[in-house]
Ligand binder design. Structure first.
Ligand code: SAM
Length: 283
């Protein structure tokens, strides 16, 4: 039996049957358009050989479009009513037993995932999109690539290069794991309820080799946080606390790392931040 997708009317009926009124707190804007969910799956190039993890499957619109490719899905949902209902929705839409595993949990606190996923596909809850992405990239090194839908502002920030106005701590941290790209825009009208922000798709491909060890990553992220906490200040000032306690010690470390002490964080690549952190750690 082929997998069929959810229609707009069915999504509302399902929500009513579950007594689910979409909440802002959980970022619940459900996609009610089959073309949009297919577009997300296509942008992620999912094939039957992949193993997908979805964060926030909700009522299952995107989940069914992923399952339609033949790839198995592990879906992590915080709302118990939605998590509980999803297997029955999948079965009613032609999904084979075993193709879907639902994890009833807060994605921010998940440390193990069944199904060894290699691809992340999600319409992320907008209030936690960056922390949840960084948590998954850090915790699941088996994730090779992914495409997620996020608020336009967040997607542009994730994909921003140094020098761009929107380049910030999330951009530099996301770049630690590999390159990011904008992969399309999505109309507000495909959601129920219609959100008051625009959405984009953003994709990533993990570097074939990790950029550094877990300790190096932690040290680098601490430097990134300090640099962007005072983004208008020159680095010798912004980093004085984390680089030896004074502007003079910070300048010396920055120079040894090949970075001008008068530069600002928004000009630095993740490699620059990594070098600064390693010089500071005496490596
Ligand atoms: N994937 C569905 C779709 O496209 O229609 C729903 C997307 S909706 C934007 C976000 C979903 O994430 C909701 O189902 C919400 O309950 C869930 N969610 C919110 N916070 C979460 C968290 N911390 N962990 C897991 N799921 C979460």
């Amino acid at each position: 039996m082929p997998v069929t997708l959810l229609g707009a009317a069915e999504i509302r009926t399902l929500a009513a049957a579950l007594d689910v009124t979409p909440t802002k707190k959980l970022g619940q804007n459900f996609v009610v358009d089959a073309n949009t969910v297919r577009k997300i799956v296509q942008a992620a190039s999912v094939t039957a050989d992949d193993r997908v993890v979805e964060i926030g499957p909700g009522l299952g619109s995107l989940t069914l479009a992923i399952l339609e490719t033949g790839a198995p899905v592990t879906a992590v949902e915080i709302d118990h009513r939605l998590a509980e209902r999803l297997p029955a929705t999948a079965a009613a839409h032609g999904v084979a037993t075993g193709a879907l595993t639902v994890v009833d949990a807060d994605a921010l606190h998940v440390h193990e995932l069944p199904g060894d996923p290699n691809v992340l596909v999600a319409n992320l809850p907008y209030n936690v999109s960056v922390p949840v992405l960084l948590h998954f990239l850090e915790t699941f090194p088996g994730l090779e690539r992914g495409v997620v839908m996020v608020q336009a502002e967040v997607g542009e920030r994730l994909a921003a290069a140094p020098g761009s106005k929107v380049y910030g701590a999330p951009s530099a941290k996301a770049a630690w794991y590999g390159p990011w790209r904008l992969a399309g825009t999505v109309s507000r009208q495909v959601f129920w309820p219609v959100p008051n922000v625009d959405s984009v798709l953003v994709g990533f491909t993990r570097n074939p080799e990790p950029r550094g060890t877990e300790d190096e990553r932690r040290r680098t992220f601490a430097v990134i946080d300090a640099a962007f906490q005072q983004r208008r200040k020159m680095l010798r000032q912004a980093l004085s606390l984390v680089l030896g306690g004074s502007a003079a010690s910070a300048s010396e470390i920055l120079e040894r790392a090949g970075v001008a002490p008068t530069a600002r964080g928004e000009q630095l690549t993740v490699d620059d931040f990594h070098r600064i952190a390693e010089v500071a750690a005496g490596r």
